[in-house]
Design a protein around this ligand. Structure first.
Ligand code: ACO
Length: 323
């Protein structure tokens, strides 16, 4: 018998305020046409004043618990992937734990920027496979609107706020790739690229900072590294491109999504795309897309899903799972 981390439930939350591209035309030298043609983004959600990352995470978690038919006491561990935590400490995950009313599990944050949810899933898988936890809530939640430079048209039009959550729990599998659950993970980082995507502030520099990005450079790395990590995770699982039912990519740019799918030889009708409605929500983008994909009737039980992401670090990775 092999322990598998199997998906029990999924949910998401998006802040009420929807901001169409046209709103940026009022303050910046930009246009809806430029934003749509270069990124595929049409609108994004921004958190209300005072609404924090943990607020979004709690709402997504409640939706996932309801979808799973579980309550907070059923959770052994809570992992939040975020780069925009409410406070320097305690972790956003412990805030979520308290708001949900769980007192018996353990909770911690993971910070791998846009690759954060993939890293968090790999951690949840390791906890379950090693027997340290049976049921794990994994959340990606961000309020990137708090770290944007509103005068920089090349970055502020690209990001949005939101949260998505997944509940995984242990199930006996046969050890073959026909099992449900996480079948393989692949994580990578290369800190030499820190200057192409970063926030120019932080606790030990006594500032919050704003996001800085060399978009073209990130783009170039993204296509090559996302296809490579998806290939690696598939090969670890003993699977091939033709076995993929759904690619659920990090939603940064439609052109990156299309180029990666092409490199993998997978047609766009097997790719879950939400970038037009959410923008880049960093660690929240994959669980948001999973939740929307399930709600839309795209992803079904037994489907082979490949989730892949890249972000600041650079950090990148992928997860192959059977839904
Ligand atoms: N409106 C109008 N013009 C603009 C805007 C805008 N909002 N932003 C930039 N431009 C201009 C630039 O100034 C430039 O003008 P110039 O030629 O006179 O200098 C021109 O448009 C072209 O800019 P490029 O940067 O060459 O445009 P590109 O086609 O590369 O698209 C983009 C830019 C959308 C940022 C793209 O490079 C991209 O998506 N990169 C990857 C982003 C990404 O994947 N991030 C993921 C990780 S995010 C994370 O980890 C937090």
């Amino acid at each position: 018998m092999t322990q598998r981390a199997v998906v029990r439930g999924v949910g998401h939350y998006l802040p009420e305020r929807v901001v169409p591209n046209a709103e940026f035309e009022k303050t910046l030298d930009t246009s809806n046409d430029w934003i749509v043609s270069r990124s595929g983004i049409e609108r994004r959600h921004f958190a209300a004043e005072g609404q924090t990352t943990s607020d979004l995470a709690v709402r997504a978690s409640r939706a996932a618990l309801e979808n799973a038919g579980m309550s907070a006491e059923d959770l052994d561990a809570i992992i939040v992937a975020t780069s925009t935590s409410d406070l320097t400490f305690p972790s956003t995950a412990t805030m979520v734990q308290s708001a949900l009313g769980n007192t018996t599990g353990f909770a911690f944050d993971v910070q791998a920027v846009c690759a954060g949810f993939v890293y968090a899933l790999a951690n949840a898988n390791a906890l379950i496979v090693s027997g340290q936890a049976k049921t794990v809530l994994v959340i990606g939640a961000e309020t990137f609107s708090r770290i944007l430079d509103w005068t920089d048209r090349s970055t502020c039009v690209l990001f949005g706020d939101g949260a998505g959550a997944l509940i995984l729990s242990a199930e006996d599998g046969t050890g073959t790739n026909a099992d449900r659950g996480i079948l393989a993970t692949d994580l990578n980082s290369d800190g030499r690229y820190r200057d192409i995507l970063y926030v120019d502030g932080g606790v030990s520099t006594n500032s919050t900072g704003v996001l800085k990005m060399e978009g073209k450079e990130v783009f170039r790395h993204a296509v090559e590294k996302l296809a490579a990590t998806a290939d690696m995770a598939l090969s670890k699982a003993g699977l091939h491109h033709e076995d993929i039912d759904w690619i659920v990519p990090h939603q940064a740019n439609i052109r990156i999504i299309q180029a990666t799918a092409k490199k993998l030889g997978v047609s766009m009708d097997k790719v879950v795309v939400t970038v037009q409605d959410h923008g880049n929500t960093s660690a929240a983008s994959i669980p948001l897309a999973l939740s929307v994909g399930v709600r839309n009737g795209q992803i079904k039980k037994g489907d082979l899903v490949v989730a892949e992401a890249i972000g600041g670090g650079l950090a990148w990775g992928s997860v192959v799972l059977r839904w």
